[in-house]
Ligand binder design. Structure first.
Ligand code: IPE
Ligand code: IPE
Ligand code: MG
Length: 235
């Protein structure tokens, strides 16, 4: 059953920590950039599968605030690949009704790439079939620090600091809390992804490396989600 059928056990908002590109490449004796390239193909497949499976919002972790610590040539290859993905893959998805938005810092991204990101956001703004959020130069702690700064600069009084006041000052307040967070590659941690938003998310970990992920993996994670009992602290 998919979310389209109105089943409450279906995940409408899904987040994915797309991990394992490096190991995928290493296992084949390929440069790490090839792993990231294959990862971009997996993203395309997964977005198409998500549409078919009734997911309405998909948030994917593509580059973290900590990933700047990688070798400069790898960082450069990821930046280039995002540019290529915006040029080649995302327009096709836009034709299928995908709205793409980026969540993360923008100030450290090369100017040309930032312009491409903004153009894609503007061009897909009215698409409604699936909302794709690409977390790029994203880190939850940095996001929360920024939210606190805004609370202070807005002159919010201590007694008016509420969960809503914080949630409304996150980088993308409209990004829905994920029902389900999937992490590929066997690692079992959040690595600074959507810490506030995932307070009550169901977590699914799979050993599949991200470049090998696709419809089957998404289907399996959604089935696992459907079997869970969510209580949100209540009986
Ligand atoms: C995830 O794959 C992509 C990014 C973090 C940009 P990795 O590159 O982290 O893959 P592993 O963990 O080294 O296998
Ligand atoms: C998390 O993966 C970031 C992304 C998938 C973009 P990492 O590979 O960077 O995380 P750690 O270092 O294993 O925690
Ligand atoms: Mg990794």
């Amino acid at each position: 059953m998919t979310a389209e059928s109105g089943d409450p056990a279906a995940a409408r908002s899904v987040a994915i920590i797309m991990d394992g590109n490096g190991r995928w490449a290493a296992a084949r004796g390929l440069p790490v950039a090839e792993g990231h390239r294959e990862g971009a193909r997996a993203l395309r497949r997964t977005v198409e599968a998500a549409i078919d499976l009734g997911v309405r919002s998909l948030s994917v972790y593509a580059f973290s605030t900590e990933n700047w610590a990688r070798p400069p040539e790898e960082v450069e290859s990821i930046m280039e690949l995002l540019g290529e993905t915006i040029d080649r893959e995302l327009p096709d998805l836009a034709e299928q009704g995908v709205r793409t938005r980026f969540v993360g810092r923008r100030d450290r991204i090369p100017e040309q790439l930032r312009a491409k990101m903004e153009t894609l956001e503007a061009e897909t703004a009215s698409n409604e079939r699936l909302h794709l959020w690409i977390a790029f130069d994203y880190g939850s702690r940095s996001e929360l620090v920024e939210a606190v700064r805004r609370i202070v600069s807005d002159g919010v009084r201590a007694e008016d600091v509420t969960e809503q006041a914080i949630a409304g000052r996150l980088l993308a307040p409209e990004l829905p809390d994920p029902d389900l967070v999937i992490r590929t590659s066997g690692e079992q941690r959040l690595s600074n992804f959507l810490l506030w938003q995932s307070a009550y998310s169901e977590l699914v970990f799979t050993d599949t490396l991200w470049p090998d992920f696709g419809e089957d993996g998404l289907r399996a994670a959604l089935a696992e989600y459907a079997s869970r009992g969510r209580r949100f602290g209540a009986r």
